[in-house]
Design a protein around this ligand. Structure first.
Ligand code: PGA
Length: 238
């Protein structure tokens, strides 16, 4: 199981300091926290957690004002980086070309990309979930050789389930996760880890854990509260 916390832009400095002080002695090789860039060093310097990044620069060059490159992330000890999150697709209009460039930079710097895919509510309503998710995956992964693809983790996150408290049935998740695994195995001959993300919390984690094909979770809101996050982690280790 790989459990990744995506803290987005939720926390102020005070809240992060409190989070760090509560979790500073905790270490679990299956748990990754992705703080805001601003707080990466706080986590790296004051906790034993594996630290990931929520983003990386598309351009891997030395003078790129305001950006943070994969080389810099690597120099901070970052092991994972989220790419393709629906908020970046939606608000920043990032597309498959951008994601492929980011993933290339990450792989070149030995950082594991967590590549997010997922359908919008209307796409689900029109029975297009697999078409959308399949296209998102193939457009990006086709840029890479199998030896690079094997370093990527996929996160299936239905857009309508992110931050809404709504989530698919276990049957729906199983159907899409199996589709993703079969697609990647058929096209590239590789078995990748597939995480689920979207309103994972302490109330639904035991139900989600009944799905054996899920390899872990990408957790947003619930990763900002130490007690809830560690409760979810402990449920996953049962
Ligand atoms: P959520 O966010 O757990 O708050 O729904 C998940 C995500 O955006 O990765």
């Amino acid at each position: 199981m790989l459990i990744v916390g995506n803290q987005k832009t939720y926390l102020s400095k005070e809240a992060v300091l409190e989070f760090v002080s509560k979790i500073k002695d905790y270490r679990n090789n299956n748990v990754v926290i992705c703080p805001s860039y601003l707080y990466i060093d706080l986590f790296c310097s004051n906790t034993d957690l594996i630290v990931g990044s929520q983003n990386v620069s598309e351009k891997e060059i030395f003078s790129m004002t305001g950006e943070i490159t994969a080389r810099q992330l690597s120099s901070m000890g970052i092991k994972y980086c989220i790419v393709g999150h629906s908020e970046r697709r939606e608000y920043l209009k990032e597309n498959s070309d951008v994601f492929a460039n980011k993933i290339k930079n990450l792989i070149d710097n030995n950082i594991i990309p967590i590549f997010c895919v997922g359908e919008k509510q209307t796409e689900k309503g029109n029975n297009l979930t697999k078409d959308v998710v399949g296209k998102q995956i193939l457009e990006v992964l086709s840029n890479f050789a199998s030896c690079d693809i094997k370093n990527i983790v996929i996160a299936y996150e239905p857009v309508w389930a992110i931050g809404t408290g709504l989530f698919p049935t276990n049957e729906e998740i199983i159907d899409v996760v199996n589709y993703i695994k079969d697609l990647i195995s058929d096209k590239f001959g590789i078995n990748l880890l597939v995480l689920y993300g979207g309103s994972v919390n302490k109330k639904n984690i035991s139900l989600l854990n009944q799905i054996s094909s899920i390899d872990g979770y990408l957790i947003g809101g619930a990763s900002t509260k130490v007690d809830e996050f560690l409760y979810i982690v402990s449920e996953c280790s049962k």
